[in-house]
Design a protein around this ligand. Structure first.
Ligand SMILES: C[S@@+](CC[C@H](N)C(=O)[O-])C[C@H]1O[C@@H](n2cnc3c(N)ncnc32)[C@H](O)[C@@H]1O
Length: 194
């Protein structure tokens, strides 16, 4: 291997690229290992960090991931190559809403624009196998989704409202059984009912 995971973490920190927090990714990787997840769809690749981490759990894992930012996509392609995972990570440079899929997946990981989580969920869960799972990251949004204090920035207020809408949406969704975890930046795990 020409690159270490720690170097990717360092690069992300130095370049202000938002990647999954360490305890969040560890939690998700444990689930992947314990449940023998093999086919993963990720929305939001950034520089390929989480896709690479997921693939390294087991040699039979395949990840399809999508990133709309050209520069981050190029960086992800380079990183995937350095880990020799080109055969197991299919990465697309486009907006997730234009993605066309044929395959079905064991796990859907939603980690892209926070204002669109409900739409991502609705577009991609039809491609999830029964018993499959959706992981969604950043539901605490640095603690802001729990705060009762007034948030000054209108933009941030809007995002917090959208994330809270998503949390309510998950709680009311009877097709999925959702649990919320205060791990990393707040993670939900929604299992598709059989
Ligand atoms: C939090 S980062 C992803 C981090 C990555 N999953 C990791 O942990 O290594 C979110 C990424 O989603 C991308 N993104 C946001 N909305 C998107 C969309 N509609 N389609 C594709 N990518 C999107 C952003 O450009 C950003 O790089």
């Amino acid at each position: 291997m020409d690159l270490k995971i720690e170097e990717l973490e360092m690069y992300a920190k130095e370049n202000h690229i938002p990647i999954m927090l360490k305890d969040g990714i560890t939690f998700m990787l444990t689930y992947i290992k314990e449940n023998q997840v093999k086919n993963i769809l990720e929305i939001g690749s950034a520089i390929g960090y989480s896709a690479i981490c997921m693939c390294l759990v087991d040699k039979d894992i395949h990840v399809t991931t999508v990133e709309r930012d050209e520069k981050r996509y190029q960086e992800a392609v380079k990183n995937i190559r350095k880990f020799h995972l080109e055969d197991r990570i299919s990465i697309c440079n486009q907006d997730a809403f234009t993605l066309e899929l044929q395959d079905t997946f064991d796990l859907l990981f939603i980690d892209a624009a926070k204002s669109q989580y409900i739409k991502f969920f609705e577009k991609f869960t039809p491609f999830l196998k029964k018993g499959g799972v959706v992981f969604s990251d950043n539901l605490n949004f640095h603690g802001l989704t729990h705060t009762t204090e007034r948030i000054e920035s209108r933009n941030v207020r809007g995002l917090v409202r959208k994330l809270n809408d998503y949390i309510s949406f998950l709680k009311q969704n009877t097709m999925f059984d959702t649990k919320f975890y205060d791990i990393g930046d707040g993670i939900s795990v929604s299992i598709k009912r059989e």
